[in-house]
Design a protein around this ligand. Structure first.
Ligand SMILES: Nc1ncnc2c1ncn2[C@@H]1O[C@H](COP(=O)(O)OP(=O)(O)OP(=O)(O)O)[C@@H](O)[C@H]1O
Ligand SMILES: [Mg+2]
Length: 242
């Protein structure tokens, strides 16, 4: 579960309000999609949830652990896939995964099995011994996803995770999200791709200019649609620039 209570964040000493009093609860057992146009504040909020940025105001708890007050405990609760997979280019895939497993204190006895399973699932086993700098964008994305899941975190937080993934890998990731949520755990991800959100999310929130402007279950969102209106039309209407 992720609790976001009254969270705001400004950049450039207050001139840009990137996140404006956001309140959201992402429950156990659900896939929650965070939608919004470019510059809406999605990455800024995700950086605050994951402790990369501090909120100006408000509280964020992950499975009850406050990211400001108990950062290490809170960070053990989640696996994070950032929007930019440019990581340790001079490590091999395997070195990177072992590094991640060390950071998250995954016992040597259990990490190998999990690594092999995930590498296979994402068709990365053959490339695991190569340097990350030789990887394509999608391969980097996949090794980051694998690294984020090695400590079997109850909460997954992913910023635009499908970007750069081929249809098979994107399908696999969506399937894994579903499996994860179905065991009572939590998945929170941002996307621009409304089709993906419609297909995989239990609940969504639409954010524009830092504010959540619509939130609810996929069914509630559909009830919000006028006759013959698509989610895309509604999204465009809600996020239109005055
Ligand atoms: N480091 C920064 N310094 C100043 N302003 C920033 C910084 N990072 C983001 N912003 C501004 O904050 C706002 C929200 O940006 P953010 O990256 O959170 O949006 P986003 O919803 O993730 O967009 P995208 O869909 O393009 O990834 C934008 O107006 C952006 O220009
Ligand atoms: Mg972003």
């Amino acid at each position: 579960m992720i609790e976001i209570i009254g969270v705001s964040k400004s950049y450039n000493s207050g001139t840009v309000k990137a996140v404006d009093n956001v309140n959201l609860t992402i429950r156990n057992g659900e896939i929650f999609g965070f939608l919004g146009p470019n510059g809406a504040g999605k990455t800024t909020l995700i950086k605050m949830i994951t402790g990369i940025l501090n909120a100006d105001e408000g509280t964020i708890k992950i499975n009850g652990k406050d990211i400001r007050k108990n950062p290490i405990e809170a960070k053990m609760q989640f696996g994070f896939v950032p929007d930019d997979p440019n990581i340790f280019a001079r490590l091999t895939g395997l070195e990177y995964l072992n590094f991640m497993a060390d950071v998250y204190m995954v016992p040597p006895e259990t990490r190998l099995d999990l690594m092999q399973t995930l590498l296979k699932r994402f068709e990365m086993a053959a490339a695991a011994g190569d340097l990350i700098q030789s990887y394509s964008h999608g391969m980097k994305q996949k090794i980051v996803v694998i690294g984020a899941l090695l400590h079997n975190p109850p909460v997954w937080i992913l910023d635009e995770p499908m970007t750069g993934l081929d249809p098979r890998s994107s399908f696999d990731l969506k399937e894994m999200m579903r499996e994860h949520a179905d065991t009572g755990k939590t998945v929170f991800f941002s996307t621009h791709v409304l089709d993906v959100a419609e297909k995989v999310c239990d609940r969504v929130a639409i954010i524009n200019k830092g504010k959540v402007i619509l939130g609810g279950s996929m069914q509630e969102i559909h009830e919000h649609l006028r006759e013959n209106q698509s989610l895309e039309n509604l999204f465009l209407e809600l996020t239109e620039n005055e």
